[in-house]
Design a protein around this ligand. Sequence first.
Ligand code: GLC
Ligand code: CA
Length: 564
Amino acid sequence: MMNKTWWKECVVYQIYPRSFADSNGDGIGDLRGITAKLDYLKRLGVDVIWLSPVYRSPNDDNGYDISDYQDIMTEFGTLADMDALIAGMHARGLKLMMDLVVNHTSDEHPWFRQARASRDNPYHDYFIWREPRDGREPNNWEAAFSGSAWEWNEATGEYFLHMFSKKQPDLNWENPRVRREVFDMMHWWFQRGVDGFRMDVINMISKPADLPDAPIIRPGFLQPGFGLVTNGPRLLEYLAEMKRDVLSRYDCITVGEAPLVTVRQGAEITNEETGSLNMLFEFERMDLDSVGGHMNGKWAYKPLDLRDLKTTLSRWQTALHGNGWNSNYLSNHDQPRSVSRFGDDGADRVVSAKMLGTFNHLLQGTPYVYQGEEIGMTNVPFESIDECRDIESLNIYREFVEHQGLTPEQALAPIRVKGRDNARTPMQWSAASQAGFTTGTPWIRVNPNYTAINVEQAVADPDSVFNYYRKLIRLRRENPVFVYGSYHLIVPEHAEIYAFTRTLDAERLLVVLNFSKNSPTFTAPAELSYSGAELLIANYPVETGDVRRFALRPFEARVYRLKV
Ligand code: GLC
Ligand code: CA
């Protein structure tokens, strides 16, 4: 039995505020900039906007290090600007999802300033402290942005835990006062008008009590400890408490970011009756083009084998059908651009971006569109590390050069492929100076291809990625089978074609996607029975012909409606 709800039917658009639109020429995107672009988003047809963090922050990790949860980052504007943005959205029927970053705060948050002052400060226990072990760090964990996950605090003679940068101390969720503070803050935002939360690394909030050493996969180095802090012993309890005390009081949308989550845990957390969140961002799909278990993690690139993607996503599609819910995403502010990663950002950019958009909107689940994806924005040809801004890239570059002996070119190569700055260059609004993003100097360079790839061009061109997305979103709104139809993978062994059906009562969609530059032939399985086929959307002109067997052009996508 599948309940119908708006958060299953909606399309979410993610805004990375720093890079979206600058209203005052200081080179930094801001809230007024976003408000001025709401009609554009309305035109695209999305329903919900997920705003990456806009809270007060010293910006060690671009706002994911929060020093005041109930105020706005100075560079982005004021609470009054925020109220105006919310009002502007609601006036247009758009909903707002805020980013909830509560695994950690900034080290400049008043809680942490207090906490680090003395062991008997009432805030001390808001964070996670350990005595030195043999005069050194308490365990062998490496932080996400390189270096130890522990930082020494002179005043108390202890180390504190930070799974990300040393300016992002992890909160101690064991402390009920921490949970209460977080829940109160969530109520405060709901009462201000927000419609939901995207929850940053939410499956990391419960740590194992003893914080043991991580298994050694990189002898002689620190070890990734994420396997130990994700899906911890009290995670479900904390989420249930959040649901009981906060989420259940509002008609809201929630998505939890969940690295290393398994499909079983995903089904548990998103179960409509017994789970706590609507959906999760799972990461298996993002790990398929890295060499598993490699000491350099995501930076150890290997080409994607499409069959791995099919196996992984089919597992999620099947396991959550009828009890939980999926979120569909191919990129975000932490990932390279989807067209560069899974498609082709050269000659086949437009067709492959449309093919990927088709994929993202036709799987079962709520689709997430990352800013610029809807115009086919690409990775950036960074020429040197000086052009990069992301703490993760800057730190790994140093690690590569100083500790692993790589040359600058060798160190830059994986950053160009996987670095987060690929997705963080300014939104390309027009062919004007700085892509129309700012009248000043942007905080990070613009992608030089903005003269060809930009919103102004895309809106005017009927064959653009943008106008194709509009059609996809409209079709999804008009046809419940897009949302609720069950998923069934066909031609599972094919290395270039990803094809599946979606079925709801007497309606069935046939989705055929060519993920390659080649021209493979699609042959429908014999058991696929239907009496008539109607083409709903395609990224090439299609002649009427045999739907059971046809040759696909590079990155071709077709969606047929079949009469069962
Ligand atoms: C999440 C965010 C990422 C951030 C990290 C630490 O993964 O998406 O941008 O760096 O958490 O908050
Ligand atoms: Ca600005």
